[in-house]
Design a protein around this ligand. Structure first.
Ligand code: GLC
Length: 539
């Protein structure tokens, strides 16, 4: 376990996943070490210094989330697990994992791994046993149902992957359908069965005993599906009705069970759920009474148009809904969604970074976001993902050498514009996006107001999102211009100092809070002091 480093202020209790910045690594695409064109664990180790070498010349992240590296037939690139307790040879070995863990911890980087409890691979020994006969002892570890009278799937439940269609596939040998909310090669586990719960506890213990700091839990609002197989209401023109087979009350029992398990270990182990119910009001329920997973991903930003008012509304609603014991989080991208820079446009990357890294809540970065990687257009004959997610999963762009320094072989997905945009090129350029990310992350480490302070919106003209963060007498103001026109905002009175501006040449400038100048697509983070009058607040 890395020590929680004291970062100033009279803070208590320290929670690395509240105070820190987390970074998602998609192992296939981070760094290849053996020339097979696919990233691997030794590759990640060789790049840890980029993430945190203890100095502000590195990004400074406090934790990494590793997408699956377990044994898998790779139908869903690792989210189809055939052995939860081993490393797929494509990625290396368990010994490599142990080395990664200790090398990360040595740098103060916590490590969380992906837990995929909703389904296994159809190649998992549990499913192979379950499908071998109706009487097999593992049969009930999955969901089986007879064809509906006259034939066909038992009900109208659909797979998340549009191209799959029905969530049921007929197993010809035993004459019954099995349930899968993703690929047919990802049969759903039966979470009503206590033996399944115990088996997954065993998986968690396996990794916790090895020393991981926690889990990102895949499809955490799925798991339990109704016992009865009644249909979902039919599609309505105005969108999907509430689905019966997601976000069930009973799933919370499982989260409470996991929280107890996490709490039984020392060293602040945590879990963050991929919880995607309809709306923030249902999302907040997954925090329980501080007795469920410590964090639930808030995907609100991924669904917003680039408008200050839309982002502010997510933040204000999330702030209002979360009980005081619960902690928010924010993210702009992940391996399932179009990258932030592609959604918003290159010019806005700086404002997006400042937003993510100055709000009250744990920021989750997605690899490559720090250099402004975009989605990459994938030629038809290179498409490999069933659900169209290749564009946001292309290899990390380290330098301008062939294949961006990612591999000496042929990369598994086409490379993006690595000659133009890469870590090496941005590292020593103070005006680069990477430098902005680093300044913001390291500022957050130094500033108790940014890490832990209260959040408060500040009234601002249309197109500007402005807020204050305050703790222990420290006050930081942030103003973000979402528009393509220069604007002036009043943030209070008196003079103050720019801590970080998206345009780095303004860092350190003294400014008057009555008239803060914001160029187009620009943001500033300002150090105010207690005496600064915050005259114009929104409630
Ligand atoms: C989650 C993952 C996604 C995967 C799916 C099935 O949504 O993020 O990549 O395909 O679960 O495991």
């Amino acid at each position: 376990m890395p020590e929680n480093r004291g970062l100033g202020g009279t803070e208590s209790p320290q929670r690395w996943w509240r105070d820190g910045v987390l970074y998602q690594i998609y192992p296939r695409s981070f760094q290849d070490s053996n020339g097979d064109g696919i990233g691997d664990l030794p590759g990640i180790i060789s790049r840890l210094d980029h993430l945190n070498d203890g100095t502000p010349s590195s990004l400074g992240v406090d934790g990494i989330w590793l997408s699956p590296f377990y044994r898998s037939p790779m139908k869903d690139f690792g989210y189809d697990v055939a052995d939860y307790c081993d490393v797929d040879p494509i990625f290396g070995s368990l010994a490599d994992f142990d080395r990664l863990l200790s090398e990360a911890h040595r740098r103060g980087i916590h490590v969380i791994v992906d837990l995929v409890p909703n389904h296994t691979s159809d190649q998992h020994p549990w499913f192979e046993a379950a499908r071998s006969s109706r009487g097999d002892p593992k049969r009930d570890w999955y969901r089986w149902a007879d064809p509906r009278p006259g034939g066909g799937p038992p009900n109208n439940w659909r797979s998340v992957f549009r191209r799959v269609g029905s969530a049921w596939t007929l197993d010809r040998r035993t004459g019954q359908y099995y349930l899968h909310h993703f690929l047919p090669e990802q049969p759903d586990l039966n979470w009503w069965n206590e033996a399944v719960r115990e088996a997954m506890d065993g998986v968690m213990r396996f990794w916790l005993d090895r020393g991981v700091d926690g889990f990102r839990v895949d499809v955490a609002h799925g798991l339990v599906r109704p016992r009865d197989l009644r249909n979902n209401p039919p599609f309505q023109v105005r969108g999907w009705p509430r689905l019966r087979n997601w976000d069930l009350e009973e799933v919370h029992e499982i989260h409470r069970r996991w929280r107890k398990l996490l709490d039984s270990y020392d060293g602040d182990r945590m879990a963050v759920g991929e919880v995607n119910p309809r709306g923030l009001a249902r999302l907040v329920r997954y925090y329980g009474n501080d007795d469920e997973l410590q964090l639930s991903f808030n995907f609100g930003f991924l669904e917003q148009p680039w408008r200050a008012e839309a982002f502010r509304s997510i933040v204000e609603r999330w702030e209002a809904l979360l009980p005081p014991v619960s902690w928010p989080d924010y993210t702009l991208s992940n391996h399932d969604r179009s990258r932030a820079v592609t959604r918003y446009g290159e010019a806005r990357a700086g404002v997006a970074a400042m937003l993510l890294l100055t709000l009250r809540g744990t920021p989750f970065l997605y690899y490559g976001e720090e250099i402004g990687m975009t989605d990459v257009v994938i030629p038809r004959d290179r498409i490999v993902d069933i659900d169209g997610r290749d564009p946001e999963r292309t290899p990390m762009q380290w330098d301008a050498t062939p294949n961006g320094g990612f591999t000496s072989g042929g990369p598994w997905l086409p490379m993006g514009d690595f000659a133009r945009r890469n870590v090496r090129g941005q590292r020593d350029d103070p005006a680069s996006l990477l430098s902005l990310y680093r300044r913001l992350v390291w500022l957050r480490k130094r500033s108790v107001a940014l890490r832990r302070g209260k959040y408060r919106s500040i009234r601002a003209p249309r197109g500007v999102f402005a807020y204050a963060r305050e703790a222990e007498g420290e006050q930081v103001l942030v103003a973000l211009n979402f528009t393509r026109s220069p604007l002036r905002v009043a943030l209070g009175s008196g003079s103050a100092r720019v801590l970080v501006a998206t345009d780095h040449s303004r860092d350190g400038d003294s400014i008057e809070l009555e008239r803060v100048h914001l160029p187009r697509d620009a943001g500033v983070t300002i150090q105010a002091d207690q005496r600064t009058t915050m005259s114009q607040k929104t409630p």
